[in-house]
Write a protein that binds this ligand. Structure first.
Ligand code: ADP
Ligand code: MG
Length: 366
């Protein structure tokens, strides 16, 4: 079931929480709504569900206008951050609840409900917990039960609002993978809210980045990361190293730092060169196209690569630079805190005052 939002505006009193949101959510995809706290993600999700109404705009499911339909008639499944399981009911009773309260004409027979609950418990891999109460479950288990309960109604649209937000990192990661696999198996249309970039990029087919009630960019994770269209998206999707400088004769200069840009740019003035941690190499002497002296401030050995935090020498940056190097390279080079080195960009992104979109630059041949 595809979802189409057209010109959605939502106010809370004087405050405009959503500003002219139009969005197509394709059938069968897992779409991530990503943005900082307060950007309007939950409000948008509640409007799709029918739990909240917009002052302006239309919502279509497939090609049916559901704008005026009550939440019950929209038949969407909803999972919140806080489990919201009924405490006085067992796990099986929780899952069966939505079916039990259906009007008699629609309600499956008792034996049928029992079968469906058993199937759902299997699906969320908690068949052995049907008789337990929510208080006897871990956070991750509760969220899987909440999902089973939402799926009991056989929704074609599943809405999840930071469903793993309250869980610890390891459990989150497992549940993410598990949700992705379940989505691929069942083929519903899912919209997933998160403020965690990694979670959005790992889990989603497409990511909608929101900021202050507006959509900043909609793209596939890879495209979003490789070609952010605005400074906001750039900054929000992980650390970025910035050289603020003046561009003249193909060269960005600030203090002792300079970088010669590839190609013919035909622009001049104040610019920012954005470089992701993996787009920069470190070496003990400057390269032909870049002079970016840095001093190593800290070294973090945890993770797949070694992360170095560096501060500029003879120029300035608002935030320290970060560069990742492989453990193999680290062992060969053996850098120490306080050592001086030079950053060499391979790829970069240039913002200037004339354009809101950055230009992507490459110093690597081919
Ligand atoms: P997010 O989920 O991205 O953190 P929300 O959609 O919850 O953001 O909120 C967006 C903005 O709308 C916030 O500034 C929030 O304070 C405001 N807001 C949300 N719900 C209400 C409400 N019921 N009444 C007043 N303001 C609200
Ligand atoms: Mg929210």
């Amino acid at each position: 079931m595809s979802i189409r939002l057209e010109g959605i505006n939502k106010y809370f009193g004087q405050f405009q929480a959503l500003k002219d949101i139009s969005l197509d959510i394709p059938d069968g995809q897992l779409t991530g709504l990503l943005g900082p706290s307060g950007s309007g993600k939950t409000t948008l999700l509640r409007i799709i569900a029918g739990l909240e109404t917009a002052e302006q705009g239309r919502i279509l499911f497939h090609d049916q206008d559901v704008t005026a339909l009550h939440v019950r008639e929209r038949r969407v499944g909803f999972v919140f951050q806080h489990y919201a399981l009924f405490r006085h009911m067992t796990v099986a009773q929780n899952i069966a609840f939505g079916l039990e309260v259906l009007p008699r004409a629609e309600r499956p027979a008792a034996a049928q409900i029992r079968r469906q609950v058993a199937d759902l418990l299997d699906m969320v891999q908690l068949a052995h917990l049907g008789k337990r109460y929510p208080s006897q479950l871990s956070g991750g288990q509760k969220q899987r039960i909440a999902l089973a309960r939402a799926l009991a109604m056989q929704p074609q649209i599943l809405l999840l609002d930071e469903p793993f937000g309250a869980l610890d990192a390891k459990v989150r990661k497992d549940l993410r993978r598990w949700l992705r696999a379940l989505h691929d198996e069942l083929h519903f249309t899912s919209v997933f809210v998160t403020h965690d970039q990694e979670e959005a990029l790992e889990l989603s087919d497409r990511v909608v980045v929101m900021s202050a009630g507006k959509i900043e960019q909609v793209d596939h994770p890879q495209a979003l990361y490789a070609e952010p269209e605005s400074r906001f998206v750039f900054d929000f999707l992980g650390h970025v190293n910035v050289l603020d400088g003046t561009l003249r004769d193909q060269r960005v200069v600030q203090g002792e730092a300079w970088v010669t840009l590839p190609g013919d740019l035909h622009c001049a003035g104040e610019v920012q060169l954005y470089l992701r941690p993996h787009e920069v190499r470190l070496q003990d002497c400057p390269a032909g196209h870049a002079h970016l002296p840095l001093q190593i401030e800290s070294i973090s050995l945890i993770g797949a690569e070694v992360r170095l935090e560096l501060t500029p020498c003879g120029w300035q940056a608002q935030e320290p630079w970060e560069v990742g190097i492989s453990h193999v390279e680290f062992n060969r080079w053996q850098p120490q805190r306080g050592d001086r080195c030079y950053a060499v960009p391979d790829v970069g992104h240039l913002f200037d005052v004339q354009r809101s979109h950055p230009r992507t630059l490459s110093w690597v041949d081919g």
